[in-house]
Ligand binder design. Structure first.
Ligand code: TRP
Length: 453
């Protein structure tokens, strides 16, 4: 317990680790199909507004709470909130970390498995969309395939988090994130140089306002939350390892910028290729695992690009999963005095076990449903639609009303003196967004998820 708490070795290390948390399946798997289904650029514009008005202010709040308290979510709310209610908000974050990682790792496992499939050349001989679909269905229908890859994915995450903040998470991010950017650029260039790529560009860059409804705004906001890893203290935990010389505002902007950039580039890379090969862009969640393999079959150089694509997806998923695991580990290390090694191994193991029913939701347990949702769907629904918005709502309320700007601002000022002196309107905007816009908008999303309207 008496060891000094770890810190990031450098500012860049923090930015890359936090961007690594943010950039994940949400950007590469979810964002493109959601944007495609909801009006293309019209959705993107609404999404960008949600990111700026709600995502960024909450992100800054999480990092600020973390840096001020130098603690995990539970310890942070105990130190500042001083009552059981706020502590339970922190605890909800730790529990959400468990649950999200249990299903996230299953999908991360598919991605790993698809690197193997791609390398074996399976994707070069699909005759049509049905063959690609059938291949996916048969893979996830196989409990051994799905569980062993989930185990492999968890093992990689555990190995990185075992190394600690500097030697594990930071070092891993400093290697993996640049690799992710390079692969992304290669894939975008490939997409753009395909014949017929302009139709794909048109699909995401041309705003179709007629496809926008009130629902779209809620979807955009939910996506903004998930993609920035908000609402459960992941950014809070990463923020607890930064120093007082860091500018939290600038860091927040950089993290948001990188996250948005990668989501947009993923959209470009995917839709240029989908349109150039004449495939259906509207296959929803199946876009990546069902439509893309067929795209690779038809695309010049598809063998190489399919391997690169699933490598990219896997890297994105790993840098996110380590942030989820770190929240749980930080709690047991800070609060319960566990050694990092024991915390990582024990809770990595428990999350693996919790992931097994998620994995079996696609085969043996597919009929085992509650309210029509399988265990996997339920884990996703309860966290993404309930716990994260609820957590985000209370984080905004906490900083704006309970802790209060008077007590919060001195720490925010550290490292951001110039902003406070020369551009104080930015701080004012942050205060207003967090106090009035964020709670109201997040509450609407929550009520919508609960089916109230
Ligand atoms: N942001 C990641 C993605 O886009 C997922 C993620 C990692 C996450 N950590 C999180 C989501 C914490 C919510 C909360 O895929």
């Amino acid at each position: 317990m008496n060891q000094p708490r770890e810190q990031w070795a450098s500012k860049l290390g923090f930015i890359l680790a936090a961007a690594g948390s943010a950039i994940g399946l949400g950007n590469i798997w979810k964002f493109p199909y959601v944007a495609g289904e909801n009006g293309g650029a019209a959705f993107i514009i609404i999404y960008l507004i949600c990111i700026l008005v709600i995502g960024l202010p909450v992100l800054i709040s999480e990092i600020l709470i973390g840096r001020t308290t130098q603690s995990n979510p539970v310890g942070a709310f105990r130190a500042l909130g001083k009552n059981k209610f706020w502590i339970s908000i922190g605890a909800m974050g730790v529990i959400a970390g468990f649950i999200i990682l249990s299903f996230y790792s299953v999908v991360g496992g598919w991605s790993l498995g698809y690197i193997i499939e791609a390398s074996s050349g399976v994707f070069s001989n699909f005759s049509d969309g049905n063959a690609a679909n059938a291949h996916f269905v048969s893979l996830i229908g196989n409990p051994v395939w799905i569980i062993s890859l989930h185990a492999l994915f968890m093992t990689i995450s555990v190995a990185i988090v075992l190394g600690g903040v500097q030697k594990g998470i930071e070092k891993g991010s400093k290697f993996l994130m640049p690799l992710l950017f390079i692969i992304m650029i290669v894939l975008v260039l490939r997409g753009l140089t395909l014949e017929g790529a302009e139709k794909g560009l048109d699909f995401i860059l041309n705003p179709r306002w007629d496809q926008i409804s009130a629902e779209t705004v809620l979807v955009a906001l939910g996506q903004a939350f998930f993609t920035l890893s908000l609402g459960m203290g992941a950014m809070l935990t990463y923020g607890s390892y930064i120093s007082d010389s860091d500018n939290i505002f600038a860091s927040g902007v950089q993290i948001v910028f990188l996250d948005t950039l990668i989501a947009l580039l993923a959209g470009v890379a995917i839709f240029t290729a989908v349109f150039a090969t004449g495939q259906n862009p509207g296959s929803g969640p199946g876009l990546i695992f069902q439509t893309l393999p067929l795209v690779f079959t038809k695309m010049p150089g598809g063998y190489l690009f399919s391997i690169l694509f699933f490598l990219l997806l896997t890297i994105a998923a790993i840098t996110s999963s380590i942030s989820l695991l770190e929240v749980v580990v930080a709690y047991f290390v800070d609060d319960k005095g566990w050694s990092r090694k024991n915390a990582v191994l024990v809770f990595g193991g428990i999350i693996f076990i919790l992931g097994i029913p998620c994995a079996l939701s696609f085969n043996i347990l597919s009929d085992f449903t509650l309210l029509g949702l399988t265990w996997f769907d339920m884990s996703d629904y309860v966290t993404s639609n309930l716990m994260l918005p609820l957590g985000g709502f209370f984080i905004a309320i906490f900083v704006a009303y309970f802790w209060g700007y008077q007590r919060a601002l001195p720490n925010l000022r550290n490292g951001a003196e110039i902003l406070f002196e020369k551009y104080s309107w930015i701080i004012t905007a942050w205060k207003i967004f967090l106090k009035y816009f964020s709670p109201v908008m997040i509450l609407l999303v929550l009520l919508h998820s609960l089916g109230v309207f």
